[in-house]
Design a protein around this ligand. Structure first.
Ligand SMILES: CC(C)(COP(=O)(O)OP(=O)(O)OC[C@H]1O[C@@H](n2cnc3c(N)ncnc32)[C@H](O)[C@@H]1OP(=O)(O)O)[C@@H](O)C(=O)NCCC(=O)NCCS
Length: 160
């Protein structure tokens, strides 16, 4: 599995991913860009956001199995709820170790960005995601209560 930016030749793989992504809660595949007019325009948007946000796709051969969103800087909201890195794996590709590998490669990417530690958050009851973070060296700092009726968020730090 290789985690990388999209390129012009990935249009087919990207469209297949959008067809297959079931909008599971917990991960934003398109990052708010719902109206993707053309793949080439989407690539330009990703490029323009790249100082703050890197969208990295997990390829197995020619197929995309998941994605990581790497936020380069934290703001007040991300400090409690989003953290530096979010990730998601297609439903039918889960429990094969892909998320663990996606986070590992996303951490390598953060190291290259010059970050020395990253914050990762997940819902307290998201057992899979908690395991993924702990297997990548996550140290639990605390639980944050968003006070909106949703579940508590575990806040983990990983030293790079
Ligand atoms: C959470 C998520 C990313 C896990 O992806 P994945 O590719 O299945 O994770 P892995 O295969 O690397 O699994 C790591 C461990 O967690 C376990 N696991 C994964 N999903 C699980 C689940 N729903 N319940 C219990 N354990 C789970 C795996 O079995 C594995 O443990 P094991 O080796 O002891 O068997 C995936 O379910 C997903 O995309 N969910 C929706 C989005 C989301 O919640 N993202 C995380 C928040 S940023």
């Amino acid at each position: 599995m290789i985690l990388r930016h999209l390129k012009a030749t990935d249009r087919e793989a990207f469209e297949k991913l959008l067809d297959e992504w079931d909008d599971s809660p917990g991960f934003n595949m398109l990052y708010g860009l719902i109206e993707v007019v053309a793949f080439s325009s989407y690539l330009k948007v990703l490029e323009a956001m790249r100082d703050d946000l890197s969208c990295l796709y997990a390829f197995v051969g020619d197929e995309i199995v998941g994605k990581a969103n790497v936020r380069h800087h934290l703001n007040k909201h991300l400090e409690n709820l989003g953290g530096h890195i979010g990730y998601g794996v297609l439903n039918h590709q889960r429990k094969k170790g892909y998320a663990t590998e996606i986070l590992k490669q996303a951490l390598d990417y953060c190291r290259e960005l010059g970050l020395d530690r990253v914050l990762i958050t997940c819902d307290e009851n998201n057992i899979g995601s908690c395991k993924v973070i702990e297997r990548n060296g996550g140290v639990l700092e605390n639980l944050f209560d968003p006070k909106d009726g949703s579940s508590l968020k575990k806040r983990y730090w990983i030293n790079l």
